[in-house]
Design a protein around this ligand. Structure first.
Ligand code: BG6
Length: 515
């Protein structure tokens, strides 16, 4: 019998009452992610009274910033990026416990200074605290940060007790299988797996968590969630933004590394995995890994294979002319980085054999929308076979991850009137209508889960490696091919024709993504 209190996932916020006293150290505190996401998330947790009164925030970064300036910066970040307006009294309490340590990531002395600060806080408070080290630096310094957490002894603070240090690491988790394995090795030299929280912020999104509820807390879906009833599954993570000021990072990454290998694969895992035996982190993550192991290596051919890549060219987004990828500031003249990737995957297991899973993601597509569409087989065409009168669509369950979060069921209905005609219609459930629109941001959930030691929504080491095992051959194939097979698409479109062909080959077509 599973002890429910030990498996708090999905059991509501009551689990967070009594969040333990914590020192959250953010490496990369002068960076964009800290300003846009982490500080606003901490503020919103404070507003909801979900942090311990003994919660401390320490920023660590290369820039020398006095404590007071850092405190003032955090208030500005909240004003600019938080989903709720700054509440001075709430934030003043956190600000009083906020500090900043300047230092270089490869300088162990800076880590010792950090350790000294942590010891001083504990001494002043007269009790031990857990430390959460959040590594939100550029990936080229992951290694020195991890090593210095080890050498300075910070990784082993209160080891073997419930207050043992924890570590959150941001993406990208490696750039291929070898580098991910390398990173895991470095991490394991300093931390036990139970102390490690690898982030994929898609798992913190409400709609993504709701996938488990939709599948396993409803009777009607699970019996038809298999190859007998499902024709194909389409996962779209589309953005209308371009690379903006991130070309330096993006050009080294591309759509496959930036979105497909992580975010879309998380969606795929949750939609396709077998029911876990419980909602514990390990049981859920075991099922995800099992699912990933059943995915077949992609068929790699420049034409007619399972993968498509492309770059956007100049086009129109909401009526505004925007430049092509090659014209964006900071993109090298010989770049072969894909801004769009689409993949056709097959899962060789009992449930999914023969059902294609199509994944696509891109920048500068027609609109920002992330969704999973489970398309069911067509009804037997005996009774409504006359295509002139009976316009039958395949039943499709669309889980809209963002924006306009919700679920839509596409079905066929009789058009009112004396003549019998049919028409596809939609049944909608919208979060905003039912629950209101001010839902927590992914980072709120994830930071809190780490504080209370729930790793369900984080990626396990073997999971990330299993996913890289699938994608590394594709990246190698593209790298070797140079520009061969690199398609173009106009900004504001739905991607290259080759992306459509990927589905036509199997007599499918992309749904027009959106509600
Ligand atoms: C990040 C990618 O992980 O996810 C970005 O690096 C992308 O390129 C972002 O824009 C998308 O996140 P969201 O939550 O806006 O869908």
């Amino acid at each position: 019998m599973v002890e429910p209190s030990r498996h708090p996932f999905l059991q509501g916020l009551s689990k967070h009452r009594g969040a333990p006293p914590t020192i959250l150290v953010i490496f990369g505190a002068s960076g964009d992610l800290c300003a846009r996401k982490l500080v606003p998330a901490i503020f919103n947790l404070a507003v909801d009274n979900l942090l311990s009164p003994d919660f401390y925030l320490i920023g660590f970064g290369r820039k020398p910033i006095p404590d007071n300036d850092f405190r003032a910066e955090t208030a500005k970040d909240i004003k600019q990026f938080s989903r709720r307006p700054l509440m001075d009294d709430v934030w003043a309490r956190v600000q009083a416990n906020t500090f900043y340590i300047p230092g270089s990531y490869d300088d162990v002395n800076a880590f010792k200074t950090l350790g000294g600060k942590i010891d001083a806080i504990e001494k002043q408070l007269g009790r031990d605290l857990q430390c959460v080290f959040y590594i939100s630096t550029p990936p080229n310094v992951f290694k020195p940060v991890l090593e210095n957490l080890g050498v300075s002894g910070l990784a082993r603070r209160h080891a073997g007790t419930p207050l043992a240090s924890k570590m959150i690491i941001e993406k990208p988790f490696g750039r291929d299988l070898a580098s991910a394995q390398d990173l895991n090795r470095i991490i394991r030299n300093q931390f036990e797996e139970s102390q490690v929280y690898r982030i994929d912020h898609y798992l913190g999104k409400e709609t993504v968590q709701d996938l488990l509820v939709l599948r396993f807390a409803n009777t009607i879906f699970e019996p038809i969630w298999n190859r007998r009833y499902v024709d194909c599954v389409q996962i779209t993570v589309a953005e209308d933004l371009g690379v903006g000021e991130r070309a330096g990072y993006y050009d080294q990454s591309g759509a496959l590394r930036d979105m497909i290998q992580n975010h879309t694969m998380q969606l795929l895992s949750l939609v396709a995995m077998e029911p876990p035996v419980s909602l514990s982190a390990e049981d859920i993550r075991d099922e995800k890994v099992k699912l990933l192991k059943g995915i077949q290596p992609a068929n790699l051919k420049a034409e007619g294979g399972d993968v498509v890549r492309a770059q956007y060219t100049e086009g129109l987004i909401q009526g505004q002319k925007v430049p092509g990828y090659m014209q964006e500031a900071g993109v090298p003249a010989d770049s072969i980085t894909e801004t769009y990737a689409a993949v056709r995957l097959s899962i060789e297991n009992w449930r999914w054999q023969g059902v294609p899973f199509y994944l696509r993601s891109g920048k500068r597509l027609a609109r920002r929308v992330s969704e999973i569409a489970v398309q069911f087989k067509r009804p037997a065409g005996i009774l409504f076979a006359d295509h002139e009168r009976f316009n039958l669509a395949a039943n499709t369950l669309v889980i809209q991850i963002q924006p306009d979060e919700g679920t839509t069921l596409l079905m066929n209905s009789k058009v009112p009137g004396l003549e019998t005609r049919t028409q596809p219609v939609k049944m909608h459930f919208r979060y905003a209508t039912t629950f209101g629109s001010n839902t927590p941001e992914a980072y709120e959930r994830l930071i809190l889960d780490c504080i209370v030691s729930d790793s369900t929504l984080f990626i396990r080491g073997d999971e990330t490696e299993t996913s890289w095992r699938l994608y590394t051959p594709i990246l190698d194939f593209w790298q070797e091919g140079g520009k061969r097979g690199l398609e173009n698409y106009a900004a504001g479109s739905w991607g290259p024709l080759a992306g459509d062909r990927l589905l036509w080959d199997q007599h499918h077509e992309w749904r027009r993504a959106g509600p």
